[in-house]
Design a protein around this ligand. Structure first.
Ligand SMILES: [Ca+2]
Ligand SMILES: [Ca+2]
Length: 175
């Protein structure tokens, strides 16, 4: 009887440790996600040209770098003309594992590859990131009316919940 119990404990311990190792190796996370956005920017923060423009923060919740070059961005579901994020600057469009990237929704494409033609409406619309196949939605959020300089982002304690942030955190964890 004692031998059986010891054997059972050994088997359980082994399976526990091996499953931990498997989880670590197979870490997938949520992949590339939309993490925060500001649809009405008056005094929050500026792009590198000094403009107070709308922005969307992406978060790479995976263990590998992800290049968004070649993906599409739009503010409208079933958009016939989503914005193609150019793929000629991978050093700018690649998000390291666990990293953040800001897309400026300012229609200032001359300001760089991360400036897209779609602006965000404060009264509400959608933020949609589409894979390079032009079909598969990587992540999307549809939002209601927004307040100037108050961002909306995922709750770090419950990533499926979206909440308002009086102090936006573009390029950093939502706190
Ligand atoms: Ca701008
Ligand atoms: Ca943030």
């Amino acid at each position: 009887m004692r031998y059986t119990i010891i054997l059972l404990i050994s088997v359980l311990s082994l399976s526990f440790f091996s499953s931990c190792t498997e989880d670590e190796d197979a870490y997938v996370g949520r992949g590339l996600i939309i993490n925060e956005f500001l649809a009405s920017n008056d005094a929050c923060c500026t792009d590198q040209s000094g403009d107070y423009d709308d922005w969307v923060e992406l978060f790479n919740d995976s263990s590998e770098p992800i290049d968004i070059g070649g993906m599409y961005f739009t503010d409208t579901p079933d958009d016939d003309n989503p914005y193609l994020i150019h793929s000629n600057e991978p050093s700018t469009t690649t998000i390291p594992a666990g990293g953040y990237l800001i897309i400026w929704c300012d229609d200032d494409q001359e300001q760089g590859v991360l400036h897209v033609s779609k602006k965000l409406k404060a009264k509400g619309e959608s933020v949609i990131l589409i894979n390079s196949d032009g079909i598969t939605v990587v992540d999307s959020i549809t939002y209601e009316s927004q307040t100037t300089d108050i961002s909306m982002g995922r709750n770090i304690d419950n990533m499926s919940e979206w909440i308002f942030y009086n102090n936006p955190t573009p390029g950093a964890a939502n706190i």
